[in-house]
Design a protein around this ligand. Sequence first.
Ligand code: PLP
Length: 404
Amino acid sequence: MAFKPANNIQDLQYFGEFGGVNPSISDSSTYTFLSAKTMFDTFEGNADGCYLYSRHSTPSNLYLGEALAAMEATETANVSASGMGAITATILQLCGAGDHVISSRTIYGGTYAFFKNFTPRFNIKTTFVDITKLDSVEAAITKNTKVLYCESVSNPLLEVADIKGLSEIAKKHGLKLVVDNTFSPLSISPATLGADIVIHSLTKFINGSSDTVGGVVCGTQEFINNLRNVNDGASMLLGSTMDSLRAASILKNLRTLHIRMQQHSKNGLFLAERFEADGLKTVYPGLKSHPSYELFKSMMNEAYGFGGMLTIDVGSLEKANELMELMQHRNLGYLAVSLGFYKTLFSAPGSSTSSEIPEDEQKEMGLSDGLIRFSIGLDADINRTYKMMRTCMIDVGILELQKA
Ligand code: PLP
Protein backbone atom coordinates (compact mmCIF):
# COMPACT_ATOMS: atom_id res chain seq x y z
CA MET A 1 0.00 0.00 0.00
CA ALA A 2 1.57 3.26 -1.10
CA PHE A 3 -0.20 5.54 1.33
CA LYS A 4 0.70 5.06 4.99
CA PRO A 5 -0.93 7.76 7.10
CA ALA A 6 0.63 6.69 10.42
CA ASN A 7 4.11 6.70 8.87
CA ASN A 8 3.50 10.19 7.61
CA ILE A 9 3.07 11.31 11.22
CA GLN A 10 5.94 9.14 12.45
CA ASP A 11 8.34 10.52 9.86
CA LEU A 12 7.89 14.14 10.90
CA GLN A 13 10.92 15.56 12.67
CA TYR A 14 10.51 18.57 14.94
CA PHE A 15 13.19 19.88 17.27
CA GLY A 16 12.50 22.08 20.25
CA GLU A 17 14.12 25.47 20.66
CA PHE A 18 16.86 23.94 22.85
CA GLY A 19 17.18 20.70 20.91
CA GLY A 20 14.34 19.08 22.86
CA VAL A 21 12.64 16.11 21.23
CA ASN A 22 9.34 17.95 21.46
CA PRO A 23 8.86 21.33 19.86
CA SER A 24 8.89 24.19 22.37
CA ILE A 25 5.47 25.56 23.25
CA SER A 26 4.86 29.12 22.09
CA ASP A 27 3.44 30.78 25.16
CA SER A 28 2.68 34.20 23.68
CA SER A 29 -0.37 35.91 22.30
CA THR A 30 1.67 38.46 20.33
CA TYR A 31 5.05 38.66 18.60
CA THR A 32 7.69 41.36 18.19
CA PHE A 33 9.05 42.67 14.91
CA LEU A 34 12.51 44.15 14.45
CA SER A 35 11.18 46.44 11.76
CA ALA A 36 7.81 48.10 11.37
CA LYS A 37 7.86 47.29 7.66
CA THR A 38 7.90 43.53 8.39
CA MET A 39 4.87 43.98 10.63
CA PHE A 40 3.01 45.69 7.81
CA ASP A 41 4.04 42.97 5.34
CA THR A 42 2.87 40.28 7.75
CA PHE A 43 -0.56 41.88 7.97
CA GLU A 44 -0.65 41.92 4.19
CA GLY A 45 0.17 38.20 4.22
CA ASN A 46 3.58 38.76 2.58
CA ALA A 47 6.01 37.77 5.30
CA ASP A 48 6.22 34.00 5.42
CA GLY A 49 7.47 32.57 8.68
CA CYS A 50 6.59 35.63 10.74
CA TYR A 51 4.06 35.33 13.53
CA LEU A 52 1.71 38.17 14.15
CA TYR A 53 -0.86 37.45 16.78
CA SER A 54 -1.93 34.08 18.12
CA ARG A 55 -5.50 34.18 16.82
CA HIS A 56 -3.91 34.09 13.37
CA SER A 57 -1.39 31.31 13.99
CA THR A 58 1.17 30.13 16.51
CA PRO A 59 4.22 27.87 16.12
CA SER A 60 2.55 25.17 18.26
CA ASN A 61 -0.66 25.31 16.24
CA LEU A 62 1.31 25.09 13.01
CA TYR A 63 3.20 22.01 14.21
CA LEU A 64 -0.05 20.24 15.05
CA GLY A 65 -1.66 21.39 11.79
CA GLU A 66 1.26 20.07 9.74
CA ALA A 67 1.13 16.69 11.49
CA LEU A 68 -2.59 16.40 10.79
CA ALA A 69 -2.11 17.48 7.18
CA ALA A 70 0.53 14.76 6.82
CA MET A 71 -1.92 12.23 8.23
CA GLU A 72 -4.72 13.33 5.89
CA ALA A 73 -2.45 13.82 2.86
CA THR A 74 -3.49 17.42 2.31
CA GLU A 75 -1.18 20.36 1.60
CA THR A 76 -1.73 21.91 5.00
CA ALA A 77 -4.24 22.36 7.84
CA ASN A 78 -5.59 24.85 10.34
CA VAL A 79 -6.41 23.81 13.90
CA SER A 80 -9.28 25.37 15.82
CA ALA A 81 -10.71 25.49 19.31
CA SER A 82 -13.29 22.79 18.61
CA GLY A 83 -14.67 20.58 15.87
CA MET A 84 -17.61 22.97 15.50
CA GLY A 85 -15.09 25.81 15.17
CA ALA A 86 -13.61 23.95 12.18
CA ILE A 87 -16.98 23.11 10.60
CA THR A 88 -18.63 26.52 10.99
CA ALA A 89 -15.58 28.43 9.70
CA THR A 90 -15.29 26.12 6.68
CA ILE A 91 -18.93 26.48 5.69
CA LEU A 92 -18.98 30.24 6.20
CA GLN A 93 -15.77 30.56 4.17
CA LEU A 94 -17.23 28.57 1.29
CA CYS A 95 -20.79 29.93 1.32
CA GLY A 96 -22.40 33.35 1.32
CA ALA A 97 -25.97 34.65 1.13
CA GLY A 98 -27.96 32.82 -1.52
CA ASP A 99 -25.72 29.75 -1.58
CA HIS A 100 -26.88 26.20 -1.05
CA VAL A 101 -25.42 23.18 0.73
CA ILE A 102 -26.26 19.52 0.25
CA SER A 103 -25.64 17.59 3.43
CA SER A 104 -26.05 14.06 4.57
CA ARG A 105 -29.07 13.86 6.85
CA THR A 106 -27.24 11.68 9.33
CA ILE A 107 -24.54 13.88 10.80
CA TYR A 108 -23.56 15.06 14.28
CA GLY A 109 -26.51 16.90 15.89
CA GLY A 110 -24.56 20.17 16.30
CA THR A 111 -23.63 20.26 12.62
CA TYR A 112 -27.22 19.45 11.72
CA ALA A 113 -28.46 22.30 13.92
CA PHE A 114 -25.94 24.68 12.32
CA PHE A 115 -27.24 23.88 8.83
CA LYS A 116 -30.88 23.70 9.82
CA ASN A 117 -31.25 26.61 12.26
CA PHE A 118 -28.23 28.89 12.04
CA THR A 119 -27.05 29.31 8.44
CA PRO A 120 -30.58 30.13 7.15
CA ARG A 121 -30.15 33.44 9.05
CA PHE A 122 -27.53 34.28 6.45
CA ASN A 123 -29.72 32.94 3.64
CA ILE A 124 -27.59 29.82 3.25
CA LYS A 125 -29.97 26.92 2.70
CA THR A 126 -29.30 23.23 3.16
CA THR A 127 -30.97 20.21 1.61
CA PHE A 128 -30.55 17.05 3.67
CA VAL A 129 -30.22 13.84 1.66
CA ASP A 130 -29.61 10.15 2.10
CA ILE A 131 -25.89 10.27 1.36
CA THR A 132 -25.78 6.59 0.45
CA LYS A 133 -27.98 7.29 -2.60
CA LEU A 134 -25.75 9.06 -5.10
CA ASP A 135 -28.69 9.66 -7.46
CA SER A 136 -30.60 11.66 -4.87
CA VAL A 137 -27.44 13.60 -3.98
CA GLU A 138 -27.00 14.64 -7.61
CA ALA A 139 -30.72 15.36 -8.02
CA ALA A 140 -30.58 17.85 -5.11
CA ILE A 141 -27.96 20.06 -6.82
CA THR A 142 -29.19 23.52 -7.82
CA LYS A 143 -27.42 26.37 -9.57
CA ASN A 144 -26.63 27.83 -6.14
CA THR A 145 -25.09 24.69 -4.63
CA LYS A 146 -21.53 25.22 -3.40
CA VAL A 147 -20.85 22.43 -0.92
CA LEU A 148 -21.44 18.71 -0.57
CA TYR A 149 -21.09 17.81 3.12
CA CYS A 150 -20.90 14.43 4.83
CA GLU A 151 -19.20 12.37 7.50
CA SER A 152 -17.13 9.40 6.29
CA VAL A 153 -18.85 7.28 8.93
CA SER A 154 -21.91 9.08 10.21
CA ASN A 155 -22.82 9.99 13.76
CA PRO A 156 -24.69 8.11 15.13
CA LEU A 157 -26.06 5.74 12.48
CA LEU A 158 -22.66 4.67 11.12
CA GLU A 159 -23.70 5.15 7.51
CA VAL A 160 -20.68 5.10 5.22
CA ALA A 161 -20.19 7.76 2.54
CA ASP A 162 -18.96 6.71 -0.90
CA ILE A 163 -16.29 9.41 -0.99
CA LYS A 164 -15.05 8.58 -4.51
CA GLY A 165 -18.59 8.62 -5.89
CA LEU A 166 -19.42 11.88 -4.11
CA SER A 167 -16.17 13.43 -5.31
CA GLU A 168 -17.04 12.61 -8.92
CA ILE A 169 -20.38 14.37 -8.49
CA ALA A 170 -18.70 17.32 -6.78
CA LYS A 171 -16.12 17.69 -9.55
CA LYS A 172 -18.73 17.39 -12.29
CA HIS A 173 -20.77 20.25 -10.80
CA GLY A 174 -17.93 22.41 -9.47
CA LEU A 175 -18.77 21.83 -5.78
CA LYS A 176 -16.46 21.43 -2.81
CA LEU A 177 -16.70 18.05 -1.09
CA VAL A 178 -16.25 18.56 2.66
CA VAL A 179 -15.84 15.37 4.71
CA ASP A 180 -15.89 15.14 8.51
CA ASN A 181 -13.61 12.19 9.28
CA THR A 182 -13.98 12.28 13.08
CA PHE A 183 -15.25 8.68 13.37
CA SER A 184 -12.57 7.08 11.17
CA PRO A 185 -9.15 8.70 11.57
CA LEU A 186 -6.39 6.70 9.84
CA SER A 187 -8.91 4.03 8.73
CA ILE A 188 -10.23 6.28 5.98
CA SER A 189 -8.23 9.02 4.24
CA PRO A 190 -10.90 11.11 2.47
CA ALA A 191 -8.51 13.41 0.60
CA THR A 192 -6.90 10.44 -1.17
CA LEU A 193 -10.41 9.46 -2.30
CA GLY A 194 -11.23 12.89 -3.71
CA ALA A 195 -12.47 15.02 -0.78
CA ASP A 196 -11.47 18.69 -1.09
CA ILE A 197 -11.55 19.47 2.62
CA VAL A 198 -11.25 17.06 5.55
CA ILE A 199 -12.41 18.06 9.02
CA HIS A 200 -11.95 16.44 12.42
CA SER A 201 -13.21 17.05 15.88
CA LEU A 202 -9.86 16.46 17.60
CA THR A 203 -11.85 16.11 20.81
CA LYS A 204 -12.45 12.45 19.94
CA PHE A 205 -10.07 9.69 18.80
CA ILE A 206 -7.23 11.96 17.71
CA ASN A 207 -6.62 13.46 21.13
CA GLY A 208 -8.04 10.38 22.80
CA SER A 209 -7.89 11.50 26.41
CA SER A 210 -11.21 13.39 26.76
CA ASP A 211 -9.44 16.35 28.32
CA THR A 212 -9.97 18.98 25.64
CA VAL A 213 -12.05 20.06 22.70
CA GLY A 214 -10.31 20.83 19.43
CA GLY A 215 -10.77 20.76 15.67
CA VAL A 216 -8.92 20.88 12.38
CA VAL A 217 -9.57 21.75 8.75
CA CYS A 218 -7.22 19.98 6.31
CA GLY A 219 -7.06 21.31 2.76
CA THR A 220 -5.07 23.17 0.14
CA GLN A 221 -2.66 25.94 1.08
CA GLU A 222 -4.94 28.35 -0.77
CA PHE A 223 -8.04 27.41 1.23
CA ILE A 224 -6.23 27.46 4.56
CA ASN A 225 -4.71 30.86 3.70
CA ASN A 226 -8.23 32.06 2.92
CA LEU A 227 -9.48 30.85 6.32
CA ARG A 228 -6.66 32.77 8.03
CA ASN A 229 -6.91 35.94 5.96
CA VAL A 230 -6.99 39.00 8.23
CA ASN A 231 -9.56 40.75 6.03
CA ASP A 232 -12.11 38.07 5.28
CA GLY A 233 -10.95 34.75 6.72
CA ALA A 234 -13.63 32.92 8.72
CA SER A 235 -11.16 31.33 11.16
CA MET A 236 -9.36 34.60 11.77
CA LEU A 237 -12.52 36.67 12.13
CA LEU A 238 -14.79 34.24 13.98
CA GLY A 239 -11.90 33.57 16.31
CA SER A 240 -12.24 29.96 17.37
CA THR A 241 -8.50 29.62 17.93
CA MET A 242 -6.82 26.71 19.64
CA ASP A 243 -4.60 27.51 22.59
CA SER A 244 -0.92 26.64 22.05
CA LEU A 245 -0.69 24.58 25.24
CA ARG A 246 -3.51 22.42 23.97
CA ALA A 247 -1.99 22.11 20.51
CA ALA A 248 1.24 20.83 22.08
CA SER A 249 -0.58 18.24 24.16
CA ILE A 250 -2.74 17.03 21.25
CA LEU A 251 0.41 16.66 19.11
CA LYS A 252 1.89 14.35 21.72
CA ASN A 253 -1.28 12.24 21.88
CA LEU A 254 -1.45 12.07 18.08
CA ARG A 255 1.73 9.99 18.04
CA THR A 256 -0.03 6.98 19.55
CA LEU A 257 -3.18 7.30 17.46
CA HIS A 258 -2.24 4.38 15.18
CA ILE A 259 -1.84 1.99 18.11
CA ARG A 260 -5.01 3.22 19.77
CA MET A 261 -7.05 2.94 16.56
CA GLN A 262 -5.85 -0.62 16.06
CA GLN A 263 -7.00 -1.52 19.56
CA HIS A 264 -10.32 0.39 19.31
CA SER A 265 -11.00 -1.41 16.02
CA LYS A 266 -9.99 -4.82 17.32
CA ASN A 267 -12.24 -4.45 20.36
CA GLY A 268 -15.06 -2.92 18.29
CA LEU A 269 -15.09 -5.81 15.85
CA PHE A 270 -14.91 -8.38 18.65
CA LEU A 271 -17.91 -6.94 20.50
CA ALA A 272 -19.94 -6.31 17.33
CA GLU A 273 -19.54 -9.91 16.23
CA ARG A 274 -20.51 -11.25 19.66
CA PHE A 275 -23.48 -8.89 20.07
CA GLU A 276 -24.77 -9.82 16.63
CA ALA A 277 -24.36 -13.54 17.33
CA ASP A 278 -26.34 -13.02 20.56
CA GLY A 279 -29.23 -11.73 18.49
CA LEU A 280 -28.83 -8.02 19.26
CA LYS A 281 -29.59 -5.59 16.46
CA THR A 282 -26.00 -4.44 15.92
CA VAL A 283 -24.56 -1.92 13.49
CA TYR A 284 -20.80 -1.87 12.86
CA PRO A 285 -19.14 -1.18 9.49
CA GLY A 286 -16.92 -4.25 9.93
CA LEU A 287 -19.90 -6.64 10.06
CA LYS A 288 -20.81 -8.30 6.78
CA SER A 289 -24.44 -7.41 7.57
CA HIS A 290 -23.62 -3.68 7.35
CA PRO A 291 -25.01 -2.39 4.04
CA SER A 292 -21.73 -0.59 3.30
CA TYR A 293 -19.30 -3.26 4.51
CA GLU A 294 -17.81 -3.73 1.02
CA LEU A 295 -17.67 0.02 0.43
CA PHE A 296 -15.80 0.62 3.71
CA LYS A 297 -13.41 -2.20 2.83
CA SER A 298 -12.73 -0.67 -0.56
CA MET A 299 -11.85 2.70 1.01
CA MET A 300 -10.01 1.68 4.16
CA ASN A 301 -6.35 1.66 5.16
CA GLU A 302 -6.57 -1.92 6.35
CA ALA A 303 -4.09 -1.76 9.23
CA TYR A 304 -6.43 0.45 11.28
CA GLY A 305 -9.61 -1.59 10.98
CA PHE A 306 -13.26 -0.56 10.96
CA GLY A 307 -13.06 1.78 13.95
CA GLY A 308 -14.29 1.82 17.51
CA MET A 309 -17.91 2.90 17.04
CA LEU A 310 -20.89 0.55 17.12
CA THR A 311 -24.57 0.76 17.91
CA ILE A 312 -27.12 -1.66 19.27
CA ASP A 313 -30.87 -1.19 19.39
CA VAL A 314 -32.42 -2.44 22.62
CA GLY A 315 -36.01 -1.55 21.79
CA SER A 316 -36.81 1.40 24.05
CA LEU A 317 -35.19 4.37 25.75
CA GLU A 318 -36.12 2.94 29.17
CA LYS A 319 -34.22 -0.29 28.46
CA ALA A 320 -31.31 1.66 26.98
CA ASN A 321 -31.07 3.83 30.10
CA GLU A 322 -31.37 0.83 32.42
CA LEU A 323 -28.59 -1.00 30.60
CA MET A 324 -26.27 2.00 30.44
CA GLU A 325 -26.71 2.77 34.14
CA LEU A 326 -25.97 -0.84 35.04
CA MET A 327 -22.91 -1.04 32.78
CA GLN A 328 -21.53 2.12 34.36
CA HIS A 329 -22.29 0.77 37.84
CA ARG A 330 -20.27 -2.35 36.99
CA ASN A 331 -17.37 -0.26 35.69
CA LEU A 332 -17.72 -1.28 32.03
CA GLY A 333 -17.54 2.28 30.80
CA TYR A 334 -19.10 5.68 31.30
CA LEU A 335 -22.58 6.92 30.48
CA ALA A 336 -21.21 9.90 28.61
CA VAL A 337 -21.33 11.52 25.19
CA SER A 338 -18.18 11.90 23.07
CA LEU A 339 -15.89 9.17 21.82
CA GLY A 340 -12.36 7.93 21.46
CA PHE A 341 -11.58 7.53 25.17
CA TYR A 342 -9.60 4.66 26.76
CA LYS A 343 -12.78 3.63 28.58
CA THR A 344 -15.90 2.64 26.66
CA LEU A 345 -18.42 5.49 26.45
CA PHE A 346 -22.11 4.93 25.79
CA SER A 347 -25.09 7.19 25.27
CA ALA A 348 -28.53 7.15 23.68
CA PRO A 349 -28.12 9.60 20.79
CA GLY A 350 -31.83 10.25 20.29
CA SER A 351 -31.98 12.04 23.64
CA SER A 352 -28.42 13.43 23.66
CA THR A 353 -26.00 14.08 20.79
CA SER A 354 -28.73 14.01 18.15
CA SER A 355 -31.49 15.65 20.20
CA GLU A 356 -31.21 18.72 17.93
CA ILE A 357 -32.83 16.61 15.21
CA PRO A 358 -36.65 16.73 15.51
CA GLU A 359 -38.24 13.44 16.57
CA ASP A 360 -40.11 12.83 13.30
CA GLU A 361 -36.88 13.31 11.33
CA GLN A 362 -35.02 10.99 13.71
CA LYS A 363 -37.63 8.32 13.00
CA GLU A 364 -37.43 8.83 9.25
CA MET A 365 -33.67 8.35 9.22
CA GLY A 366 -33.88 5.24 11.41
CA LEU A 367 -32.66 6.80 14.64
CA SER A 368 -34.76 4.88 17.13
CA ASP A 369 -35.33 5.54 20.84
CA GLY A 370 -33.62 2.34 21.95
CA LEU A 371 -30.40 3.01 20.04
CA ILE A 372 -27.24 2.98 22.16
CA ARG A 373 -24.03 4.35 20.64
CA PHE A 374 -20.84 2.78 21.95
CA SER A 375 -17.36 4.17 21.60
CA ILE A 376 -15.41 1.05 22.45
CA GLY A 377 -12.42 1.54 24.74
CA LEU A 378 -8.91 0.16 24.77
CA ASP A 379 -9.73 -2.77 27.11
CA ALA A 380 -6.86 -5.25 27.27
CA ASP A 381 -9.22 -8.20 27.83
CA ILE A 382 -12.21 -7.52 25.63
CA ASN A 383 -13.61 -11.04 26.08
CA ARG A 384 -13.97 -10.38 29.81
CA THR A 385 -15.67 -7.05 29.04
CA TYR A 386 -18.00 -8.83 26.62
CA LYS A 387 -19.00 -11.43 29.19
CA MET A 388 -19.71 -8.75 31.78
CA MET A 389 -21.74 -6.69 29.28
CA ARG A 390 -23.70 -9.78 28.33
CA THR A 391 -24.51 -10.40 31.99
CA CYS A 392 -25.81 -6.82 32.26
CA MET A 393 -28.00 -7.40 29.21
CA ILE A 394 -29.43 -10.55 30.72
CA ASP A 395 -29.99 -8.80 34.07
CA VAL A 396 -32.03 -6.03 32.47
CA GLY A 397 -33.90 -8.52 30.27
CA ILE A 398 -32.59 -7.30 26.93
CA LEU A 399 -31.22 -10.52 25.56
CA GLU A 400 -34.46 -12.39 26.23
CA LEU A 401 -36.35 -9.45 24.78
CA GLN A 402 -34.27 -9.61 21.61
CA LYS A 403 -34.55 -13.38 21.24
CA ALA A 404 -38.33 -13.44 21.67
N1 PLP B 1 -18.18 16.07 14.10
C1 PLP B 1 -18.58 14.93 14.68
C2 PLP B 1 -18.74 13.69 13.85
C3 PLP B 1 -18.84 14.90 16.05
O1 PLP B 1 -19.24 13.76 16.63
C4 PLP B 1 -18.70 16.09 16.81
C5 PLP B 1 -18.97 16.14 18.27
O2 PLP B 1 -19.52 15.25 18.85
C6 PLP B 1 -18.30 17.25 16.15
C7 PLP B 1 -18.02 17.20 14.81
C8 PLP B 1 -18.13 18.55 16.90
O3 PLP B 1 -16.90 18.57 17.51
P1 PLP B 1 -16.58 19.43 18.87
O4 PLP B 1 -17.46 18.88 19.94
O5 PLP B 1 -15.12 19.19 19.04
O6 PLP B 1 -16.90 20.84 18.54
